[in-house]
Design a protein around this ligand. Structure first.
Ligand code: EPZ
Length: 430
């Protein structure tokens, strides 16, 4: 029964070191098997999703050597199986990155159809469209997707929707295709740029990542590299909103402030003080917070992965706020849990109408998915009294040592695994 036990009501104060970006690490790890030479990846987050991916890589014959908690050496020269399957890999969305990586290198891949957080219908038609444009045939049967080609040839691909996953997958396959590929209406997220930088450091020729037109000139092979993953924009943003919701003062360190601009802008709008340094951002919430409107959009817009965290904060901000989710249709599943903590929120379609309340109160709640889970922990930390948060395996998919980092900021939070440990926590806080 792993759960977080939380006694809320204290402002979180201090500094927190942000780790490598999960959503950059996943494609970078998958792409590292595209060369037969050894690749060293640093600043890798030690979270459940990256570990599942590394196990799956080892499962098909990749040599994976952990140097330390955040560094790994990967060698894909002895891959002996182009079928990636298994229960754990099915549960992570990023398993589909094996398609682009293996198709690019071996011109064939079969991967179990991806799961991931239940945040709405997560189509992969744009990935398939891209692979087909490069000359691959794609079949789905018995829960597996297979892409194969005699040869991959560069093409002009216009994405119908801005998709992080499709942009990344097409980019991976195209770097080893013959000739030139153009991806239009590409995703511009920092992790798309990080993957492009990583592939370029392996000898790929990718230009324009970070804009909506990415141009790739295919190369024959990729070579070894050493690469450090960028800091996690969403982990940083989560702690920034934890400062706001608990009326605290948190400095997130080891970040790229530019990646946090849309998050900082909203925090300033609702009344926080945000101070940027070279690689740190400090958020101080000493005044009462007020309402705002926010709509999630592809980068550089406000990230959908920060939507639950801002909603939890707006639930404690004076006035009526409106949060519109424009990326995933099922990303308000945490609202019922928040209402049980005293929030006043009404969801209509893809919009949440939030009437700010003065306080939340502790409750027993469930994490419905990764980001919503983290947001509910923030709610519990700002609430009066004790809460328990169940299903924390979702949170552990993407946050390394979440409760330990929060403890260092003064939070009363423990991970408990039995009724006895829960009783101990209750005694400690009484
Ligand atoms: C990535 O998911 C992230 N996951 C998500 O983070 C993030 O929420 C999302 O991008 C948006 O930023 C990883 O990086 C592993 P999309 P992805 O393809 O790639 C539609 C987290 O919390 N679409 O950009 O699956 C789709 O339905 C996770 O860390 C199609 O219609 O997202 C959605 O509405 C959760 N056809 C929109 O595009 C396609 O072929 C954006 O999805 C692909 C996507």
């Amino acid at each position: 029964m792993e759960q977080y036990a939380i006694n809320g009501g204290n402002p979180l104060v201090g500094e927190v070191e942000i780790g490598g970006a999960k959503n950059a690490a996943l494609p970078i790890l998958a792409a590292s098997l595209m060369t037969d030479e050894t690749v060293l990846i640093e600043n890798m987050p030690d979270v459940r999703d990256t570990n599942i991916l590394l196990n799956a890589m080892a499962g098909i014959g990749t040599h994976v050597e952990r140097i330390d908690r955040h560094s790994v050496k990967i060698n894909g020269s002895l891959i002996n199986d182009l079928v990636v399957e298994g229960d754990s890999v099915k549960k992570i969305r990023a398993s589909y990155y094996f398609l682009g990586a293996l198709l690019g290198k071996y011109k064939k891949a079969t991967v179990v159809l991806p799961g991931g957080c239940d945040i709405g219908c997560r189509a992969i038609d744009q990935h398939i469209k891209g692979f087909k444009a490069l000359g691959a045939s794609v079949q789905i049967a018995y829960g597996m997707i297979t892409a194969q080609a005699d040869r991959l040839v560069g093409s002009h691909i216009y994405l119908d929707v801005v998709s992080v996953g499709a942009t990344i997958n097409i980019m991976m396959a195209a770097v080893l295709a013959e000739g030139r590929t153009t991806i239009e209406n590409a995703a511009k997220e920092p992790h798309v740029v990080d993957l492009a930088n990583f592939l370029n450091s392996m000898g790929a020729n990718i230009k324009g990542a970070g804009t909506d037109v990415i141009r790739i000139r295919g190369v024959e092979r990729l070579h070894k590299t050493e690469y450090a993953i960028i800091p996690d924009q969403i982990e940083a943003g989560t702690f920034m909103f934890a400062a706001a919701a608990t009326r605290g003062d948190i400095t997130v360190k080891n970040v790229i402030p530019k990646h946090l601009e849309s998050i900082s802008a909203k925090l300033i709008e609702i009344g926080c003080e945000v101070r940027e340094a070279d690689d740190a951002v400090r958020v101080v919430a000493s005044r009462p917070l007020h309402h705002t409107h926010v709509k999630t959009l592809p980068y550089p817009g406000f990230p959908t992965d920060m939507q639950p965290q801002i909603a939890v904060t707006l639930g404690l901000s004076q006035g009526t706020s409106i949060v519109t989710e424009s990326i995933f249709e099922n990303r308000f599943r945490y609202v019922d849990e928040l209402i049980r903590m005293g929030a006043s929120i009404k969801v209509e379609g893809n919009t949440a109408i939030i009437d700010g309340v003065n306080r939340y109160t502790g409750a027993s709640i469930n994490a419905p998915d990764l980001r919503a889970g983290a947001a509910l922990v923030i709610a519990a930390l700002s609430a009066e009294g004790m809460s328990t948060v169940d299903d924390i395996r979702y949170i552990e998919r993407g946050y390394e040592d979440f409760h330990i980092k929060l403890q260092k900021l003064g939070a009363q939070i423990d991970k408990v695994e039995s009724e006895r440990e829960l009783q101990k926590f209750k005694l400690k806080i009484s």
